[in-house]
Every structure is written in C-alpha cells, then in structure tokens.
Design a protein around this ligand. Structure first.
Ligand SMILES: *Cc1c(COP(=O)(O)O)cnc(C)c1O
Length: 292
C-alpha cells in the first residue's frame, strides 16, 4: 500500500497572504489521515520484517491514528487491535475502524495510562503482535515524516505544521537539517502547555535555530474550539476550497494568518503549510457548527 503517493503542493488564495502553498498530505488517502500514513510507512515495514501479523495500538475514541492503523492493517493483510481510552462509545471514527476489521478494547482512563502493562496483560505470550505507541510515535515515524521534505521541488522561507506528539514536526526538522535548508520550521502545538513538544522533538533530532514553537494557538486545549476558530474554519473553507479539521490544521492556518498580521512573517515570504489531513475530526464536532 505504500508504493504510490499523491500529495501535490498547491498555491492557495487566503487574503492577505500572497505566497502561501499547501502540501496536500490530506489527499494521500480519505481515511488514513496524511501524516499518519507517513508515520505508519516504516512501522509496517518493520512489523512485516519481524514476521508480525497483528498490529496493537492505542488511542482516544476520536483518534485519527486508530482509523489510519485500521485501514493500513486491512490493506496490508494484517490484523489490528486497539485499546481505546474511556468507556465504551459508538462514533463515526470507531465505526470505520470496525469496518476495517479492527478489534476494539475499551479501557478505563487509569489502566490506559500504562500502555506497556496493558499490552503485556493481553499479548505477552503472543509472538504475532507488534506494539505501536499512541499516535504512532517512533523513530520509524520520524523517518517517514522526514520524507515530506525530500518531495519538495522548491524551497520555502517557512514551513508550518500542527503538533500533537511532535513526531511529525521532528521528522520535518530532521528533513530540513539533513537537506541543509535555511527554511524555518514553525510548529503549532494543539495542546495547552505545548512547550513539551521541544523535548519530544529533541528525542529524535537536535534542536536547531530552524525550529520555532508557537504555543499560543491551542484555543483552550486538545480538541477544544472557540467561536472564533469555528468561524475561521468556515471562512477558510469557503475562500480556499480546501477543507481543514478543527483539531489540528485549523489551528495551524489560524496561526499563519495571525503571525502575518503581527508582522512576524513578511508579506513576500514564501510559506508552505503541511495539510496533515484529519478531516474525519469534523465529524466529532458536527454539532458545534451552525448551519444557516
Ligand atoms: C495526529 C495528527 C497531527 C499531529 O501529529 P504529531 O506527529 O502527533 O505531532 C497533526 N495533524 C493531524 C491531522 C493529525 O491527525
């Protein structure tokens, strides 16, 4: 499933930015959210090389990573099991996971905290299983994400990406460093207190002056929104024709415009935003949007 990839760079018109490009990783696949595909690429190769045929992973009930793992497993002829945080629920994301054949085990929030224990409890004596951390965080994921940089045929002054665990950002930073580019990498954590992302990135690559962290665009925290963010999503989508998700990419695009307004980015600077996908996240928030 990893042979072909479709992720064009597209110029978009977002007033007043005149030099904004988007790397459309959201187009890689409708269900495997862009960066989750990148992250899984080498994880699956490793699992297969180790003769494993059963992926075991972890996530919340609205996790893009779970859907991506379920789809990737089904397309690679592998089994998949997910430990889902919290009480048993039904939603659109978990429906897609089950259609792809993923086995869902709901665990209370306390037990969920120790993932290695959970894994051992269920699969300790099972040689066929392969442990994938929450969100796919791993060296393999960083390597997969660094390939985004290799695909670029032009150079940019700034590259923007949203961060949850920071693994994707680490890959981009590594890619920029390995390629010897002057590009600044702007990382927008979507959680409150996002400065921990720098420590996460430091686990995989050296923190250099390429990296700029913008910790003030979390809009209240993970999966939290404000009326201003929801209004921004509607305006952005109508103006550009590109769908964005409320958990990650909307916060990143909002940050780009805001930093431009604060003159931290010059009008002529060439900007690349990584559209990491995640559009199913809209389904989890459909009640928040007002339909006139
Ligand atoms: C998971 C996800 C991210 C965050 O990726 P990390 O590597 O965890 O920082 C960003 N955007 C989307 C759409 C995602 O699904």
């Amino acid at each position: 499933m990893f042979e072909k990839i479709y992720s064009p760079v597209q110029k978009i018109d977002l007033h007043p930015l005149s030099n904004l490009y988007v790397k459309r990783d959201d187009l890689i696949d409708p269900y495997i959210s862009g960066n989750k595909w990148r992250k899984l690429k080498y994880i699956l190769q490793k699992a297969k090389a180790e003769q494993k045929n059963h992926l075991v992973t972890f996530g919340g009930a609205y996790s893009n990573h779970l859907v991506a793992t379920a789809a990737a497993a089904a397309r690679s002829g592998l089994q998949a099991t997910a430990f889902v945080r919290g009480e048993e629920v039904k939603n659109e994301m978990l429906l897609i996971c089950s259609l792809y054949g993923m086995n869902l085990i709901f665990v209370d929030r306390e037990s969920y905290k120790n993932k290695v224990d959970l894994y051992k409890q269920y699969f300790d004596s099972d040689d066929s299983t392969y442990f994938i951390d929450e969100g796919g965080a791993s060296v393999e994921a960083v390597q997969g994400c660094s390939e985004i940089i290799l695909e670029l045929t032009e150079t940019y002054d700034h590259i923007f990406v949203a961060a949850g665990t920071g693994t994707t950002a680490a890959g981009l930073l590594k890619g920029i460093q390995d390629a010897g580019l002057n590009t600044k990498l702007h990382v927008v954590p979507v959680l409150k207190g996002g400065s921990f992302i720098a420590d996460e990135i430091a686990r995989y690559t050296e923190i250099s002056n390429h990296l700029i962290l913008h910790t003030d665009y979390h809009f209240g925290g993970y999966a939290k929104t404000t009326p201003a963010l929801l209004a921004f999503i509607k305006k952005f989508t109508k103006e550009t024709g590109v769908l964005i998700d409320p958990v990650y990419t909307a916060k990143m695009f909002y940050a780009i415009l805001d930093l431009h307004q604060q003159n931290q980015i010059r009008p002529t600077d060439k900007i690349l935003a990584i559209h990491t996908g995640g559009l199913l996240g809209l389904l989890g928030m459909k009640d928040k949007f007002y339909f006139p």
